[in-house]
Design a protein around this ligand. Structure first.
Ligand SMILES: C[S@@+](CC[C@H](N)C(=O)[O-])C[C@H]1O[C@@H](n2cnc3c(N)ncnc32)[C@H](O)[C@@H]1O
Length: 362
């Protein structure tokens, strides 16, 4: 089955997430990709997708006419590059007119733009769960039906409701934690995911919600307590949390995949001078390389390892990354995104970005 994804605000990262999980992923516009999957992809576990839509085999009209009796709520988004609000509204009204002529009752969701925002889709119930509330998506001459919309409210709820939060380390957005896990590739249910820098446990939490087993360790006793508190509150699945230095700890097997936000250095609110950047880079490189060296002898060949490393904003607006990829390769890992410019995740003007490194043990 062919699907369309509306990519999140970091399209390169969203695309990498899809490529890790699905077949024939093709970017067809800056914010759109198509892909194939035998099973319907669940948007609730794809942090990088804003909407997922399934390709319509029939014409949009035939599709709508086959909806069981009852009032239809219809939204139309036109993602074709040139499309305007008017294009999308006209398509919706044209469909409504014919359906009404056939005796159907239809409400059209008003377009403020060519495409409905995720908030509008969600709040009008167009998330694919109700067979009478439909969002159709047009891209050039192809039509799709939305089967999932990113639930911004659910992400915010589980980010903010956790009992133990820490402004310095606990800012990993749950959707980025999902992306880090998904970049490990398809994993059987129940796989054991290790986060050796678990902090307040966001990766562990998302792993449990995705049906995996979670194993977290952290150097800081306080962070171990925070993770334990948060996972107890979540009350889902099997997990283990232990105190340990990632550069020397001996983890209990099995480890099926490793997904983590590594040590990112000191929080910063202004662009650091060169000398400060140098010491930060040295410290972060030593911890991340020390961890990967220690891990290397403890995981099976083929085990995926995804690490978010720090990168720092410079005065010229470019992020300066850790130069550690050659050394990582020498430790016996394959770096799958070495040739790319980097998968950088950051808010606008954020000083410390997360640079996602995707590895596999040789
Ligand atoms: C950026 S935070 C990770 C936050 C985490 N993703 C969360 O959900 O809260 C990095 C973590 O690495 C831990 N850390 C720093 N050096 C470490 C080391 N050598 N071994 C293990 N953990 C370490 C810190 O205590 C901190 O909790």
């Amino acid at each position: 089955m062919k699907y369309l994804s509306v990519l999140g605000r970091e399209p390169a990262i969203s695309l990498a997430e899809l490529e890790a999980l699905f077949l024939n992923v093709r970017q067809i516009a800056p914010n759109l990709a198509t892909f194939e999957s035998d099973i319907a992809p669940g948007i609730d576990r794809l942090g990088g997708c804003l909407k997922i839509a399934e390709k319509l085999e029939a014409s949009p009209l035939d599709y709508l006419r086959n909806i069981p009796s009852g009032k239809i709520t219809l939204g139309v988004s036109d993602y074709s590059g040139h499309a305007s609000r008017k294009n999308a509204s006209l398509e919706a009204l044209k469909l409504k007119k014919i359906l009404v002529r056939h005796g159907r009752s239809v409400r059209v969701v008003e377009n403020k733009n060519a495409t409905l925002s995720t908030a509008t889709s969600l709040h009008n119930g167009l998330s694919g769960k109700n067979p009478h509330k439909i969002e159709l998506v047009k891209v050039q001459n192809s039509w799709f039906r939305v089967i999932g919309v990113q639930n911004i409210d659910a992400y915010a709820r589980r980010d903010q409701a956790r009992p133990a939060r820490d402004a310095k380390v606990g800012m990993l957005p749950p959707k980025l934690a999902q992306i880090l896990i998904n970049l490990c590739g398809p994993l059987p249910a129940g796989s054991r995911i290790l986060d050796p820098f678990c902090g307040t446990g966001v990766v562990l939490q998302e792993a449990l919600l995705m049906g995996y087993t979670a194993y977290g360790t952290d150097l800081s006793e306080r962070m171990v307590e925070y993770s334990e508190k948060n996972l107890k509150w979540l009350d889902k699945g099997n997990y283990t949390v232990e105190q340990g230095d990632a550069t020397s700890f001996h983890w209990q097997p099995p480890i099926d995949a490793v997904a983590c936000e590594g040590y990112l250095g000191r929080p910063m609110s202004t662009v650091p001078p060169e000398i400060k950047l140098k010491t930060e880079k040295q410290e972060c490189s030593a911890i991340i390389l020390g961890f990967l060296k220690n891990l290397s002898g403890q995981i099976r060949p083929g085990t995926p390892v995804v690490v978010a490393a720090p990168a720092w904003l410079r005065e010229n607006g470019v992020y300066s990354r850790l130069e550690i990829l050659d050394e990582i390769e020498h430790m016996g890992y394959n770096v799958s995104n070495k040739t790319r410019e980097g998968l950088l995740y950051h808010r606008e003007s954020q000083i410390v970005a997360r640079d996602i490194i995707i590895l596999r043990k040789n």
